[in-house]
Design a protein around this ligand. Sequence first.
Ligand SMILES: Nc1nc(O)c(N)c(N[C@@H]2O[C@H](COP(=O)(O)O)[C@@H](O)[C@H]2O)n1
Ligand SMILES: [Zn+2]
Length: 380
Amino acid sequence: MGKDNDEKQQLINKSLNDFDNFDRKMMQRCLELARHALGCTSPNPMVGAVIVKNGEIIGEGFHPKAGEPHAEVFALRDAGENARGATVYVNLEPCNHYGRTPPCSEALIAAGVSKVVVGMVDPNPLVAAGGIARLRSAGIEVVVGVEEEACQKLNEGFIHRIRYKKPLGILKYAMTLDGKIATSKGHSNWITNTAARKRVHKLRVGCDAVIVGGNTVRQDNPYLTSHQAQVHNPLRVVMSRNLNLPSSANLWDIREAPTLVLTEVGANSEFKEFLQNKGVEVVELTPLTPSVAMAFLYERGFCSVLWECGGILAANAITQGAVQKVLAFIAPKIIGGSDAPTPVGELGFAAMTEALQLERVTVKLVDSDLLIEGYLPQLT
Ligand SMILES: Nc1nc(O)c(N)c(N[C@@H]2O[C@H](COP(=O)(O)O)[C@@H](O)[C@H]2O)n1
Ligand SMILES: [Zn+2]
């Protein structure tokens, strides 16, 4: 008898595990679908939805951009009448408000679905568990929290934007094993290997903007594009107080990606006109600081901004709370030079105890380079 009960329990456990694995698989599919719109949805999140009936996927969809229907609506359209009695998987709680589009909660109720599996609660105060409550009040079973960590990671920029009313700032740099981002002569190209550079290009696809300072434009003449055809390129932003910039910079060619130059009132007006004639947008923000730049980009609807700047601007951005996440590529090379630049300039710390300790740190090998990723403690 005892043996029978054990076997029965094992069977129940097994089916529970299978069920969980199936849910996780479907949620991973939602995330995969959501990523089709990588870099294109701000200020909205990336969302994918899958509709399942009798163990089969009968509908799929993702949110392509703000103003377009939400993922759930595309998935419901895909499933058609078949959605009645089905289970819907979605990586973000269905909305319950009239924004640019009507509430998905009502669309799901009208379609007669019987269950909704949600990855994470929507941090947007207009939604914030209201969608889940509305579905439950209509008698729909709702499960919350499947693959929650992965769901939060995908939309960390959106979450940060909602929570702190500014975009998520990501500082990325590449340095040698002895901590240099360029030689003492200013050469910075080819520190990392091809795989790491590809990784950076992919990172740019997922960001709304990439920021550099005037020094980087003068010394590196970067493109700051994702170098991939038919994918999103971030807005390329240059911070320059005086517009003392080279007229031949690659960033002034806006065929591949737009460029915005942030400057101050009274900067070189001739160069301002030159940039505008090239189609480069110029905006005066006085005083021009990292936090002012981030506030401006928040108003533009941005969720994530990549800082690819030199050490002085990086230090200012950190000090002003414009950086939350750090991606450091470390190449196994030594170039020496006591005056060779380092990734972060003066922070004014005298004691090691003052060091900013990254949290949630991960370390990966990218070919022969190391990628250390972590989050700064929230400073402001
Ligand atoms: N569950 C869900 N699926 C989507 O596809 C979404 N885009 C969202 N977004 C939520 O709704 C807000 C935007 O609403 P409008 O596009 O303006 O109607 C957004 O802030 C999220 O809270 N949610
Ligand atoms: Zn919605």
